[in-house]
Ligand binder design. Structure first.
Ligand SMILES: [Zn+2]
Length: 373
């Protein structure tokens, strides 16, 4: 199928007018306009978004370990233009994490029609600090344990694409040195000072999970995790851009501090995403959703109820240039989970997952593998 008269978001991270074709579910002849083509009438075409940190939606949570739930999640995501994802586990017993990975692997290997592609998993916990556990369940916290991680990694055929840890915990540097050969290693849920964070980054950490949230703030004499991550070009930072977890000015500050090439927008969405206000469950704890904010009983913000497409639009609303916001929701997350060979941009040979929008990024239609949903 051929398409023409579109503004295509290219690998130069800007819009270029032209057309493209799709063959066998993949892009080809990108920027070439053919006569016999569907006319997009000046619409904006962006790559399908990639959420590398979300727990659930539609009343399903990845940690439930339910294949049917994962299918529900993946269908919702594809429908809102998030055509690939790496769902996140939680701080839970290893056998519960293993069950979630097993269900995820089944979805990856036998995708159902209309499902976003499950490209990996972010293992969020249990190697976290008690003090910054946030909405993670303190009962299941553990010190970094490479043998336990490797078992989960191998049993799931390498499904884990990002593993998180708090760098101040005993054994964290050794863990990073060994885990980095298998997947991306990220700092998260930490009370670390600058020195411990820098040591972990020097050992091979290249990712920072939800910048600002569940870590000490920046202090001019205690630059902490944020200071250590920002000054190392190898580290990219996730940002929850639901308008609740991070103030708009702090969103702008993050893009200045890290640069658009190192920002990764995420949803961190919970099972209440795409659901009405009410009471839900998260890692064995109650969560209350009201006016788009999900909180634990004690008032702690638990996660978001906003999908990544809306987070990307929020970023633009907060003053991030449109092209930078798109990059942070497509190319950058694909790079962090080592999936740039298949997704993350509109380029010849990549999977034809794309979203047709207007100039304000209002979503009009979603294509998955070259088929309109
Ligand atoms: Zn999370």
């Amino acid at each position: 199928m051929n398409y023409k008269n579109a503004f295509i978001y290219t690998e130069d991270f800007k819009f270029v007018s032209g057309g493209f074709s799709v063959e066998d579910g993949k892009f080809c002849d990108v920027l070439i306009e053919k006569e016999d083509a569907v006319d997009f009438r000046g619409a904006y075409v962006i790559p399908g978004l990639i959420d590398v940190h979300n727990h659930g939606n539609s009343n399903a949570d990845f940690s439930d370990g339910s294949y049917e739930g994962d299918v529900k999640m993946a269908r919702y995501l594809a429908g809102v233009g998030v055509t690939s994802f790496a769902p996140a586990t939680m701080t839970l017993p290893y056998e519960v994490i293993a069950k979630a990975l097993e269900a995820g692997l089944r979805l990856k290997n036998t995708p159902e029609a209309g499902c976003a592609r499950l490209l990996g998993v972010q293992m969020e916990g249990p190697f976290f600090s008690e003090k910054k556990k946030g909405a993670q369940n303190g009962e299941y916290l553990r010190l970094p344990d490479f043998a336990a991680f490797r078992r989960l990694y191998e049993d799931s055929e390498g499904l884990i694409s990002i593993v998180d840890l708090a760098p101040e915990l005993e054994g964290s540097v050794e863990f990073v040195e060994r885990a980095k050969a298998l997947c991306t290693v990220s700092i998260a849920h930490t009370d670390s000072d600058y020195e411990h964070a820098k040591a972990a980054i020097d050992a091979g950490v290249t990712h920072l999970t939800h910048l600002y949230n569940a870590m000490p703030p920046i202090h001019h004499r205690k630059p902490g995790v944020i200071g250590a991550a920002s000054e190392n070009e190898a580290v990219s930072a996730e940002l929850i851009c639901d308008g609740i977890h991070v103030h708009p000015a702090s969103v702008r500050m993050a893009f200045k501090l890290f640069g658009a090439e190192r920002m990764v927008l995420i949803s961190d969405a919970l099972r209440c995403c795409g659901m009405p206000d009410g009471e839900y469950e998260l890692g064995g704890q109650q969560v209350f959703l009201a006016e788009n904010v999900a909180r634990l009983a004690d008032g702690t913000i638990a996660g978001s109820a906003t999908n990544l497409f809306d987070c990307m639009r929020n970023a633009v609303r907060f003053g991030i240039p449109r092209e930078d916001a798109i990059r942070a929701a497509t190319w950058n997350p694909a790079r962090q989970i080592h999936a740039l060979d298949r997704v993350g941009s509109i380029a010849n040979g990549k999977l034809a997952d794309f979203v047709v929008c207007d100039a304000e990024l209002n979503r009009k239609a979603v294509w998955l593998g070259g088929k309109e949903l």
